[in-house]
Design a protein around this ligand. Structure first.
Ligand code: 13P
Length: 245
């Protein structure tokens, strides 16, 4: 039985003054029967433990190298040292803004695992790719090339995030979400064996909000959400936590 995951991605939002929102999420997390995770800017990772002991802290990226001359970058060991348990890798915004390739995401995932972090590897299609019926090919290709061989149910979460649904208020239909999540599950089982393949959590991201969370999380093989905008305010995120847990 996979435990659901309510994960927030704060992106480049939040300063210490916003930690009162996190404290307000802590109570919902305490009584929830799901894992609650906030992937915050690196400057806030350390503060999550103090503000909200029931919420797991996560980061939004790490470098593929362990240390060295990479000005402005942050290593997996460093985010781990700050208190992160998870790291988001290969988010479409980083693939677009920073030119991250599948190979780069794979290297970063290996670096995260070497540091003892759990990786949330993101995959997703553009609107053009969906319209031209290429969604499953794209997702399959991203999974094959971005996810390293040593995946387990403990160290990997796959996030399906259709690029056209991120921050737009648009979402795929529940049938479309189910089709992709079932496909990801089959690919995981084929590559890593049934035991591992069945234990990896597959979360949905892209305009998930308090209104649509119940419907989306009821879809087969949806094991939770990776939530952007609606994870910034406790009023919204607490509703999502309660719906998942
Ligand atoms: P929104 O929930 O704001 O659409 O963002 C989703 C996302 O990118 C999470 O990683």
């Amino acid at each position: 039985m996979r435990r659901k995951l309510a994960a927030g991605n704060w992106k480049m939002n939040g300063v210490h003054a916003n930690l009162d929102e996190v404290a307000a999420m802590n109570d919902a997390a305490a009584s929830a029967d799901c894992d609650v995770l906030l992937c915050v800017p690196a400057t806030l990772i350390n503060a999550i433990d103090d503000a909200a002991p029931n919420i797991i802290a996560g980061a939004q990226d790490c470098h593929q190298n362990t240390s060295g001359a990479h000005t402005g970058e942050i290593s997996a060991d460093q985010i781990c040292d700050a208190g992160a348990e998870y790291v988001i890798l290969g988010h479409s915004e980083r693939r677009a803004d920073n030119g991250e390739t599948n190979k780069c995401v794979r290297e970063k995932t290996n670096a995260a695992w070497a540091a003892g972090l759990k990786a949330i590897v993101c995959v997703g299609e553009t609107l053009d790719q969906r319209k031209s019926s290429n969604t499953l090919d794209i997702i399959g290709g991203q999974m094959a090339a971005s996810i390293p061989d040593m995946a387990t149910g403990e160290n990997l979460v796959v996030a399906y995030e259709p690029i056209w649904a991120i921050g737009t208020g648009l979402t795929p239909t529940t049938d479309e979400i189910g089709e992709v999540h079932d496909f990801i599950r089959i690919r995981l089982e084929k590559r890593f064996g049934e035991g591992v393949g069945r234990s990896v959590r597959i979360v949905y991201g892209g305009s998930m909000n308090p209104k649509n969370v119940a419907e989306i999380s009821a879809v087969s093989n949806v094991d939770g959400g990776l939530v952007g905008g609606a994870s910034l305010k406790a009023t919204d995120f607490n509703t999502i936590i309660k719906a998942l847990g």
